[in-house]
Write a protein that binds this ligand. Structure first.
Ligand code: DGL
Length: 269
């Protein structure tokens, strides 16, 4: 058992989809979440800049005494995971990311071997998904950057005609290419899964990394004997702390809507 919190971060609200799954699957664990909203979006920035920003946020989490880091952002996972592991490994802090869990799930889910990936510009440009998926024989990949989606989510817009028109423009070519599985390769996108599923149609399986990443967290904590188990009594008292590098009021309002009552007042970091 290790009572220290799990540190989770994203450029903004998207990583809350991962936090939600971690809180649901590991009810005994405390969580500190940072939304790097002062520097959002990450997905339009160069690789080196995203790496630098991600390491700086992870330093803040490490200073707050986390036992594990979860990069709840695909763009940061694609650019910073190796640097983060070499930096925090020696402190004994494992670093988990969101891309490999999504890749495993997509490969198990596909029936026709044609997998679509939608993500930010920077994630698509690094080709991290394309390479990881192509490591499996017979998998065909159609990848597409959908940069406007992040902006809609950060503004709290998850439905409506403007978003539907953008979704159609991005997704129809991938749907028509014949994918049967679509990886939501940005942690903001599960918040748009209603509209994405509507455009892709019911035959297409949507894969988000949130649940799979939470399974990874569970496995690692159990392996290390760090898991705070929920023994059915009220003795386990997890703490949830939410921090943002930018405006805290908007973040509080939208984070409560997207994640729920665990989000109390968001502090500025
Ligand atoms: N949610 C992030 C991702 O998974 C990044 C969104 C952004 O800041 O562009 O890639």
């Amino acid at each position: 058992m290790n009572n220290a919190p799990i540190g989770i971060f994203d450029s903004g609200l998207g990583g809350l989809t991962v936090a939600r799954s971690i809180i649901d699957q590991l009810p005994g664990e405390s969580v500190i979440y940072i939304g790097d909203t002062a520097n959002s979006p990450y997905g339009t920035k160069p690789v080196e800049r995203v790496k630098e920003l991600s390491l700086s946020v992870m330093d803040k989490l490490v200073d707050r005494g986390v036992k594990m880091l979860v990069i709840a952002c695909n763009t940061a996972s694609a650019t910073a995971v190796f640097a983060a592991r070499s930096k925090y490994d020696e402190l004994g802090i494992p670093v988990l990311e969101v891309i490999s869990p999504a890749v495993h799930r997509a490969v198990s889910a596909t029936r026709n071997g044609h997998i679509g990936v939608i993500a930010t510009h920077t994630t698509i440009e690094t080709e991290t998904y394309q390479r990881a998926l192509h490591a499996y024989q017979q998998v065909q990949v159609s990848a597409k950057a959908c940069p406007a989606f992040v902006d809609f989510v950060e503004r709290g817009i998850t439905s409506g005609p403007e978003l539907l028109a953008v979704a159609r423009e991005y997704l129809e070519p991938i749907r028509d290419a014949g994918v049967d599985t679509l990886v939501l390769g940005c942690t903001h996108y599960p918040l748009l899964s209603g509209i994405i599923s509507y455009v892709m149609g019911p035959e297409v399986t949507l894969v988000s990394s949130a649940e799979e990443t939470a399974h990874d967290v569970y496995r690692q904590l159990l392996d290390k004997d760090w898991l705070n188990t929920d023994d059915g009594t009220d003795t386990v008292n997890p703490r949830y702390q939410f921090l943002a590098t930018g405006d805290t009021q908007t973040f509080t309002r939208l984070a409560r809507r997207f994640l729920g009552p665990e989000v109390t007042a968001v502090e500025r970091v």
